[in-house]
Structures are given as structure tokens and as C-alpha cells.
Design a protein around this ligand. Structure first.
Ligand SMILES: [Zn+2]
Length: 129
């Protein structure tokens, strides 16, 4: 009887652990998903306060996951001449935002983040699907 009770207890504990980890993955909402780079001001500005995004730095091959604290952060990421800081290599890179011809549709402003040599070295990936 004692053995059976133990088996039940272990099974229940395992079941609980499984559901907890499944719940965690669901809460984060980013497990086993693929996200695309946001390369326009429009797609960057679609992020709202509380949304998570990844900053991929090719200079040091790192990914930093951040949360939008303030909608001004989003504005800063697509502000031409602004800067983006990499917490991994601790360098600052420059945001370049180039709009297409006035009146053209769709009005897309292409955003790239470049290093001191003007080479694209960083990009932003919104983590929502
Ligand atoms: Zn870096």
C-alpha cells in the first residue's frame, strides 16, 4: 500500500511539474516560435508598452530580450540619428531611418542600425506572433 501511495505521489508531482513548465512557456509566449526582424519604423512603432522584443547585435553575436517600458523607447528605435546601446558589447550604434518618396504608398520608413563604419550591425525583433 505504501509503495502504491508513493507511486501516486510521484506521478502527481511529475504531472504538476509538467503543467507548470507548460504554463511558463505559454506565459512567455516566445517558446518554439520564430520571429521576424522589424526593418521599418511602422513595424517597430506597432509595439506597445509591455511588449517584448529582442535586440540582435551582430558585432558581438548577442540577443538581448527587452520589454517596452515607455512608448518613447519605440520612437527612439526608429529615430533617424538616434542611438541603440548593446548591453553585451557596451557599444552604441546609430539608427538610420530613411523614408521612401513623399506620397508613395505604402509609406514605409526603412530602419537600419549601423556601426561606426556605416555597416548594418544590429536589428530589432518584436516578440509577438
Ligand atoms: Zn553587441
Amino acid at each position: 500500500m505504501k509503495t502504491l501511495a508513493n507511486i501516486i505521489a510521484v506521478t502527481m508531482a511529475l504531472g504538476l511539474a509538467t503543467s507548470v513548465s507548460a504554463q511558463r512557456a505559454e506565459q512567455s509566449g516566445i517558446a518554439n516560435k520564430t520571429f521576424q526582424k522589424a526593418d521599418s519604423a511602422e513595424s517597430i512603432k506597432a509595439m506597445k508598452k509591455g511588449d517584448r522584443y529582442a535586440v540582435v547585435c551582430r558585432e558581438c553575436d548577442s540577443v538581448t530580450v527587452k520589454e517596452v517600458d515607455d512608448e518613447k523607447d519605440v520612437e527612439a528605435m526608429c529615430h533617424d540619428g538616434g542611438s541603440m546601446h548593446c548591453p553585451s558589447c557596451k557599444k552604441k550604434y546609430t539608427v538610420k531611418a530613411v523614408g521612401n518618396r513623399a506620397g508613395a504608398t505604402p509609406a514605409i520608413t526603412k530602419v537600419t542600425i549601423v556601426n561606426a563604419e556605416g555597416k548594418e550591425c544590429m536589428f530589432v525583433v518584436p516578440l509577438k506572433g
